[in-house]
Ligand binder design. Structure first.
Ligand code: SF4
Length: 399
């Protein structure tokens, strides 16, 4: 006979099974479940995923374009960012972007992920000069031009992650990007205090990031966001972050996926000596995300950051492995190679799931009026089947 559940966990799981929206106390009870309660929490999270998504686990075949690694912020865990003049500092030229997109398209990629530091022109005159020399007023201006060129000259679908975005930026991005992304990371203001990971990162202030999520909702653009765990936040603060995302999504319905990303310690970063979160923390947070956000939300954990843990993460309720590239490395975590797609499919099958390719726009949004830019409608429709996922024939033909 299984031991009795603690009353708070039992109440929370009963509410989840009835399809109720869980409150903060329930979320904290679940993420904090004692070992004896954990199997029931995990089973409930996997069951919620099955109700909403079946056994399909998705990924997006992408090229990763580090458009510029200059950034006005200094996050304590960042290995991506460089200052002008530092070894490895670079901003990609437009021709180079198009070349990588062309090579990615030949390998079956559909997504062009534009990843970059936040508003480097606000801090570095060298970058202002770089932009001015090429006819751009701002990095956002350049992102828009690059997105347009990708749409006009390659078969890929842009998905930009340019840092904080205003409503005006989002309206402009919406013309050429099927979706955009900004990790909320955390709603904990504490982490921006002196000595914290966001001490020198003004763009990581939670209220500023929440304002971008709200603006994206008003504009009506599909949005990718998520949490970064293990940077000093508590479990309850992770619950707060999930609830903040849920509240915005309930108002606007535009959040297409929530990523649970784990901090990785690396040489050379300010937090090199900070302990990495244990797999148990990642698993608990994935399960809490599933149960707090409900069966319909897409919940992702990147497979390259926790190799060999597919079954654990799948069992905690995720339904997406994120973007995987057959061409480019993960510039945010360069030490962590992405799995080969055949291996990812095999591991997913071993867990009981079935791997399917999706676009940078999740199936729920493919048929929703206003969510596919007019310039990309034919391109999107040519890729997907009735379910909104990439048709198997297209995956096989391009893979
Ligand atoms: S994590 Fe992002 S915002 Fe922070 S320093 Fe790195 S590039 Fe900049």
């Amino acid at each position: 006979m299984s031991p009795a559940l603690s009353p708070a966990v039992e109440t929370a799981l009963a509410a989840a099974a009835r399809g109720r929206s869980l409150d903060r106390a329930a979320g904290v009870a679940l993420i904090d479940a004692r070992p004896a309660d954990w199997p029931a929490v995990r089973t409930a999270a996997a069951a919620a995923r099955d109700r909403g998504k079946g056994r399909i686990v998705t990924y997006s075949r992408k090229v990763f374009l580090p458009l510029t690694n200059l950034c006005r912020d200094d996050c304590g865990y960042c290995v991506f960012k460089r200052d002008p003049g530092q070894a490895g500092a670079r901003t990609m030229e437009l021709d180079e972007v198009l070349e990588v997109c062309g090579a990615g398209a030949r390998l079956g990629c559909k997504e062009a992920l534009l990843s970059l530091g936040d508003k480097p022109e606000a801090r570095f005159p060298e970058h202002r000069a770089w932009l001015r020399h090429r006819g751009y007023r701002s990095t956002m201006d350049y992102v828009l031009a690059v997105s347009r060129a990708i749409v006009e000259e390659t078969p890929l679908l842009p998905h930009a992650n340019p840092g904080l975005m205003s409503e005006r930026d989002l309206r402009a991005l919406r013309e050429t990007n099927v979706s955009v992304g900004l990790m909320l990371e955390t709603t904990s203001e504490r982490l921006a205090a002196t000595g914290g990971p966001h001490d020198r990162a003004p763009d990581k202030l939670p209220r500023r990031r929440l304002a971008t999520l709200e603006a994206a909702g008003r504009v009506g653009i599909a949005f990718t966001t998520g949490l970064l765990i293990g940077i000093g936040e508590t479990r309850a603060e992770r619950v707060d972050t999930l609830l903040a995302i849920r509240a915005i999504h309930e108002r606007h319905g535009h959040v297409q996926e929530v990523i649970v990303q784990n901090f990785r310690a690396k040489p050379g970063i300010a937090m090199a000596g900070h302990p990495e979160p244990a797999l148990d923390e990642l698993e608990r947070t994935v399960a809490a995300a599933r149960l707090l956000l409900g069966p319909a939300m897409n919940v992702q954990a990147p497979p390259n950051l926790s190799p060999g843990t597919y079954a654990t993460l799948y069992g905690a309720g995720l339904n997406d492995w994120g973007g995987v590239s057959p061409l480019t490395i993960d510039y945010i975590n360069p030490e962590a190679p992405w799995p080969h797609l055949a291996a990812l499919a095999a591991r997913t099958t071993e867990t009981g799931g079935r791997l399917r390719e999706r676009l940078a726009l999740y199936p729920e949004f493919v048929g929703r009026p206003g969510f596919v830019p007019a310039a990309l409608r034919a391109r999107v429709d040519a890729c997907v089947d009735r379910t909104g996922l990439v048709a198997d024939a297209v995956t096989l033909a391009t893979g």
